[in-house]
Ligand binder design. Structure first.
Ligand SMILES: [Fe+2]
Length: 145
């Protein structure tokens, strides 16, 4: 599937899963203006993503969080990072990466391309209040395919 053929919905995210090289999985995600998908990790997979259209903001934590055995965690000061990714710009990340990706534009849809290896076994979703990160939900692949 070409990036340009991903259906876009002003009301919500759209996505398509592709088989990536070497057993990886690839997702195209359409992100309406003014939306974010919330804080999450990738269940221990390594990943990379890039902006294909529009512009994205990634907020992430420069801290290695334990992946299990906690429900709320108080983040230390200074761990927040933010980067803007314009078309063609991306980043890769390791197995403990926690982030959220935002389309802060008020008018322009954004599309991102993501690759994960191994394919996502699960995603943990977090809420955040100030420095407190709280595990809210564990999603399994059958919920997003
Ligand atoms: Fe992610």
């Amino acid at each position: 599937m070409l990036v340009g053929s991903l259906p876009l919905d002003p009301q919500g995210r759209t996505w398509a899963r592709l088989d990536g090289p070497a057993g990886s999985e690839v997702w195209l995600i359409g992100r309406p203006p003014g939306t974010g998908a919330g804080w999450h990790d990738h269940g221990g997979s390594h990943g990379a993503f890039a902006t294909a259209a529009g512009a994205l903001t990634e907020q992430s934590l420069a801290a290695r969080l334990p992946t299990q055995g906690w429900k709320t965690l108080e983040l230390t000061e200074g761990v927040d990072r933010e980067r803007k990714l314009t078309p063609g710009q991306g980043r890769c990340f390791g197995e403990h990466h926690v982030h959220q990706v935002l389309n802060e534009s008020q008018s322009t849809h954004a599309i991102s391309v993501h690759a994960y290896y191994p394919p996502l076994p699960l995603m943990r979703r977090y809420s955040r209040t100030g420095g407190a990160l709280r595990l809210e939900q564990v999603e399994r692949p059958e919920e997003w395919q």
